[in-house]
Design a protein around this ligand. Structure first.
Ligand SMILES: NC(=O)c1ccc[n+]([C@@H]2O[C@H](COP(=O)([O-])OP(=O)(O)OC[C@H]3O[C@@H](n4cnc5c(N)ncnc54)[C@H](O)[C@@H]3O)[C@@H](O)[C@H]2O)c1
Ligand SMILES: [Fe+2]
Length: 392
C-alpha cells in the first residue's frame, strides 16, 4: 500500500498583539463557559489579569491557578474530582506544564478515572471538553501537539491522542517578554531539540505500525522542522541574553510553535526518550534533562542520520556566517556541546547526580519510552548501554 501521511495541525494565531483576538476566537466557536488553567507564577506575573480583563463581561470564567510545574498524574487526579464537565472549553495559559494540565484535566473530567489509565497512544476513548492554549514560554509547543506529559510511578510518560490536540491556540510573543533568562534557556532548549529530533526522525516509510500519531519524518514535518530550526538557531542566544530583544522573542515563539507542529506529526527520538527517563528519576526541568542527554542521544544516532545533521550544520553556517562550503554532522554535534557549555547547562547525567551504576536503570526506563523510540533514526540495540555508560 502506498505510504499515506496524515497532517492535522490545529488553527493558530501568531504575532505580537494576537492575544487581543482571544474573545473573538472564543465567541466564533460559541465557547462561553471557560475554565482557565494556569500556575501561580503566571497569576502573579500580570499575564493572567490581562486575559481576565479581555474576557470580563462576555464570558463565564472559572479559574484554577494551581497547576504545578512538570505535573504528576496524581496532581491531575486530585483536581479532577473538583471540577464538573460543564465547561465549553478549558483554556491552558502558561508553559507546557499548564497547557498539559489543561489537556489532562479535560480527559479526566470527561471520561473520569485516573490519568495513569490514559498513558500511551490512542487511549482516550472519545472527544474531550475542547482545549484552547495560550503559551507563555517558547518551548514545548504543547499548544500544537496532541500530547500531555506527566509523571506516573517515577516514569515521565505521556498521553497522546488527537482528541486532546488544542482546537486553537494564540501564540503571542509579547507574553514571553518577561520570561526570566533561566526559563528562556530551559524552554528554548526543548524547542531546539524538538526541531532537531523531528528533522532527523526515522523516515515515515520505515516506521512500523503506521498510520499512527507519530508517523516518522515526512514532507510536512521536515519542512516545518527545518524552518523551526532556522528560526530558533537565529534567536536562542539573543533571547536568553537579552529578554527585551523583540525580534529574538518573536523568533523563539514561531520557532517553538513550528517545531511543535512538526514533531507532533513526525515524533521525536532518543534524546527525548533519555531525558524523559532522567526526568522521572530526579526533579530537573525538561530542558535541563535534554541538555544532559544530548551527547549520548545524538552521539548514538550520528551514523544513522549523518546527512540530516550535516544539513542542519549547513543552516548554522548560513546564520552564523561561518562560510564553510559543506556541512558536517560531527561539527554540528560539537557545536551543540559548545552551546550547552556557554549556557551553563549540565552536559552529562552525572552533572545531575546520576552515577555510572545507574546506567542500566536509565537504559531500562528509556526502552519503555516506545512512542519516542519507534521514530528514532537508529534502532536501539545492545550498543546503547555502552553509550550510556560512557556518556554518564
Ligand atoms: N505536551 C507536549 O507536547 C510537551 C512537549 C515538550 C515538553 N512538555 C512538558 O512541558 C513541561 C515544561 O514546560 P515549560 O518548559 O514551558 O515550563 P513550565 O510550564 O513548567 O514553566 C516553568 C516556569 O516558568 C513560569 N513561566 C512561564 N511563562 C512565564 C512568563 N511568561 N513569565 C514568567 N514566568 C513564566 C511558570 O510559571 C513556571 O514556574 C514539562 O513537563 C515537559 O515535559 C510537553
Ligand atoms: Fe520536549
Amino acid at each position: 500500500m502506498p505510504e499515506i501521511i496524515k497532517f492535522s495541525p490545529a488553527p493558530s494565531l501568531f504575532g505580537f498583539g494576537s492575544l487581543a483576538k482571544l474573545p473573538e476566537e472564543l465567541e466564533s466557536r460559541r465557547f462561553r463557559r471557560i475554565l482557565i488553567i494556569t500556575d501561580p507564577q503566571i497569576a502573579a506575573s500580570g499575564i493572567l489579569q490581562r486575559v481576565l480583563d479581555l474576557l470580563k463581561g462576555s464570558f463565564d470564567v472559572e479559574l484554577f491557578d494551581g497547576a504545578p510545574s512538570e505535573p504528576h498524574g496524581v496532581d491531575v487526579d486530585r483536581e479532577g474530582a473538583r471540577f464538573g464537565s460543564h465547561f465549553d472549553t478549558l483554556l491552558g495559559l502558561g508553559g507546557g506544564s499548564s497547557m498539559d494540565f489543561a489537556k489532562a484535566l479535560s480527559i479526566i473530567i470527561t471520561h473520569s478515572g485516573s490519568l495513569g489509565d490514559y498513558a500511551g497512544e490512542g487511549t482516550v476513548p472519545g472527544p474531550v471538553v475542547p482545549i484552547v492554549c495560550v503559551p507563555t514560554t517558547s518551548g514545548t509547543g504543547s499548544q500544537s501537539t496532541q500530547t500531555a506529559v506527566f509523571t506516573v510511578e517515577g516514569i515521565k510518560s505521556g498521553c497522546s491522542s488527537e482528541y486532546i490536540r488544542p482546537v486553537f491556540s494564540i501564540v503571542d510573543p509579547e507574553l514571553t517578554m518577561g520570561l526570566p533568562s533561566l526559563l528562556t534557556r530551559n524552554s528554548g532548549y526543548d524547542a531546539l531539540m524538538h526541531a532537531i529530533e523531528s528533522f532527523i526522525a526515522c523516515p515515515s516509510a520505515r516506521v512500523e505500525e503506521r498510520p499512527i500519531l507519530y508517523q516518522g519524518s515526512n514532507p510536512f514535518s521536515r519542512a516545518l522542522a527545518l524552518e523551526a530550526f532556522r528560526s530558533i538557531w537565529s534567536s536562542y542566544f539573543k533571547a536568553v541574553s537579552d529578554g527585551d530583544d523583540r525580534e529574538a522573542r518573536r523568533g523563539m515563539s514561531i520557532g517553538s510553535h513550528l517545531a511543535g507542529i512538526a514533531f507532533s506529526h513526525s515524533g521525536l527520538g532518543l534524546v527525548h526518550a533519555l531525558a524523559s527517563s532522567l526526568g522521572g528519576m530526579l526533579e530537573a526541568p525538561h530542558g535541563v534533562c535534554l541538555a544532559a542527554c544530548t551527547n549520548i542521544g545524538l552521539g548514538f544516532n550520528l551514523k544513522a542520520c549523518e546527512n540530516d545533521l550535516a544539513s542542519l550544520d549547513g543552516v548554522t553556517d548560513e546564520i552564523d556566517g561561518a562560510g564553510s562550503t559543506r556541512g558536517s554532522a560531527e561539527r554540528f554535534l560539537s557545536n551543540i556541546q559548545v552551546i550547552i557549555r556557554k549556557l551553563n547547562f549540565p552536559s552529562r547525567p552525572s552533572d545531575l547526580g546520576i552515577k555510572k551504576e545507574d546506567a542500566l536503570t536509565l537504559l531500562n526506563k528509556t526502552l519503555v519510552q516506545t512512542r519516542r523510540i519507534k521514530t528514532n533514526p537508529r534502532p536501539l540495540g545492545e550498543e546503547l548501554l555502552s553509550f550510556i555508560e560512557k556518556g554518564i
